[in-house]
Ligand binder design. Structure first.
Ligand SMILES: [Zn+2]
Length: 191
């Protein structure tokens, strides 16, 4: 990621807000780096916005999540932690939207620009099949009834309001798209 942002002229110190969609290990890895056992912020000027429900859930010993302990927990002592309780306006045009279920605090990020809206979906869905079969859930979903409801609600909004959807796990080159209706079914249409 550091190489990719450098390629578009962004340095780690330029980043002031980091939003975590949810606290699974493959979505939090760059929060901190380590000098021996000492955690250091990868983005020295950043505040990290974490859903309160994920923070509380993974802080409990019975919900063991070593990646959380390594990459999220240290943010508190580094003075970089901001907990989000619901919808939060992060900066003009950018806000969070709770879509709980994949984890207790899974949230999307909405980006409004001009007359367009984009949504970063985290792990609201993992496969294009779930855009059509919206009640299908991967084993990673913490509460499948809740994740299904969140998925249906968000994909309905994305479809009817023609949002640009940035998915977390679809193949590179096909991961950004629209949700459209074809023959009475919702389908993924990559941009
Ligand atoms: Zn996940």
């Amino acid at each position: 990621m550091i190489d990719n942002i450098a390629a578009i002229g962004v340095q780690p110190e330029d980043i002031d807000i980091v939003v975590t969609t949810h606290c699974h290990g493959d979505h939090i890895g760059w929060n901190v780096t380590y000098d021996g056992d000492t955690p250091i912020k990868t983005f020295p000027n950043s505040t990290h916005w974490i859903a309160e429900r994920d923070w509380e859930h993974y802080s409990k010993p019975e919900n063991d999540n070593p990646a959380f302990d390594r990459s999220v927990k240290p943010l508190e002592q580094l003075g970089a932690l901001k907990l989000i309780g619901g919808v939060e306006q992060l900066s003009p045009g950018i806000s969070t939207l709770p879509t709980n279920g994949h984890t207790p605090g899974q949230q999307c990020v909405l980006i409004k620009s001009g007359d367009q809206t984009g949504v970063i979906t985290g792990d609201l869905f993992h496969s294009v099949a779930q855009v059509t079969e919206q009640s299908w859930c991967p084993t990673f979903d913490w509460n499948t009834r809740m994740s299904t409801q969140s998925r249906k609600n968000l994909l309905m909004l994305a479809s009817t309001q023609e949002w640009v959807v940035f998915s977390g796990h679809l193949a590179t080159g096909r991961s950004i798209g629209h949700v459209v209706s074809e023959g009475g079914k919702s389908v993924w249409k990559p941009l």
